[in-house]
Design a protein around this ligand. Sequence first.
Ligand code: 4AD
Ligand code: MG
Length: 463
Amino acid sequence: MSQAPWVRIAEAAAHVGTDVVLKGWLANRRGSGKVQFLHLRDGSGFMQCVMGVADVDEATFERAKHLGAEAAVIVEGPLKADERAPYCKMELTVKKLTVVSESHEYPIQKKGKGGGDEHDPGFLMDHRHLWMRDRRQWLILRVRATIIKAIRDYLDDHGFLLVDSPIFTGNACEGTTTLFSTDWFDGSKAYLSQSGQLYQEATALAFGKSYCFGPTFRAEKSKTRRHLNEFWMVEPEAAFMDVYQDMDLAEDFLCYLVQTSLKKHKAELLEILPTNAEEKAWMEQHVALLEGVQKPFPRISYDEAVKQIEAIRAEQKDEEHKKLLDIHWGMDFGSPHETELTKRYDKPIMVHGFPAAVKAFYMKKDPNRPEVALGFDVLAPEGYGEIVGGGQREDNLELLNKEIARHELNPESFLWYLDLRKWGSCPHAGFGLGVERTVAWICGLHHVRETIPFARTLERLWP
Ligand code: 4AD
Ligand code: MG
């Protein structure tokens, strides 16, 4: 019986100089008739395991030579530190190999030195259940987990209580055009939550400061690199907070998320994500920009942002693009507007004072300028666009009723919400941060589909 302990690669450093057992899968293999380099992944990390022809019996060496990608294996042998070893600066000499399961013709082929996949995104997304084993995907989903933990840590440590909002709701929050509906038992319609905000307004009045964090559903038929039909949103809400304090909170929160991600993953972002020299150079610049994500963020009024977009538009030579950048006061920003505007900044920017007409029914209006809403968006730099939307809520019953009517919403389904304005109404505000867009920005990814384990989009319910 083997005496060596089973360790995970992430915790292996403490065992250097001793014999250990690793259990995992063959990520890659190369070698010759004399030595086999088995690149093992065990879920917690990657390690090169070296098997010399003299380290094992002939049959074992032959077996190793024919192992396919993703074979499940157990290896045992001495672990040594080696500065030059790939992945983790440690290497295991394989003295014993157990093949738990063979694997032949793994569909995802790794070509290229950096392990960059040569398959098209559709193929990879169709094989998402396997693709997530890829080292880049593995890193992205680990950064996602870090960001999720940082979100919880920040809010828990700042006096916000986690109070979950429901997923099934009886009313719309963010407009009626993007609702997924299903039949409820009494013959009425139930909708999948577009936002937990309205419930957070109730919980904020009960707990002072609260947040919800969960999946959010939008039946948007957008095929952009920023839209998912199921995404994760965190929504803090606080009583007696105004829009300006809300912006301060969003700013501090975002700095924490970015800096916590860097603290844990900076080296991996620089090393694992780029697949060629050009991407490596871009990533170095990107990480430097992330390091500069510190307070304060530029705050730009919508009026000013429109002026800036007009100026950018005037500089455009390409007529098509110029058309996409059409803007006048009163219009909401589209992706091209956000992209161009944020390209001018190295930090996230906070755009506030949008026209009330393009914003949701619950937004409070500026008492000095009723055509303007006391809301804001945070736009990430480098063209990433909106990652946070929030603002102060209308706390006046009469004005809220008017807005519900103007948006042609059914007042009956908002009776409970209106109660919040009858008993104990007070200024309150909050925001929603989309996890996938935040992960895409921090990891420098082109598309949000890689930031969630199993993406749900217009054309994808598989796997
Ligand atoms: O701006 P949104 O629609 O705001 C709300 O839902 C508010 N009720 C939040 C609040 O104040 N409590 O959405 C907030 C964020 C966006 O900034 C974006 O990051 C993300 O949610 N988001 C999406 N992410 C991926 N795919 C989509 N289709 C998204 N729609 C919004
Ligand atoms: Mg928004």
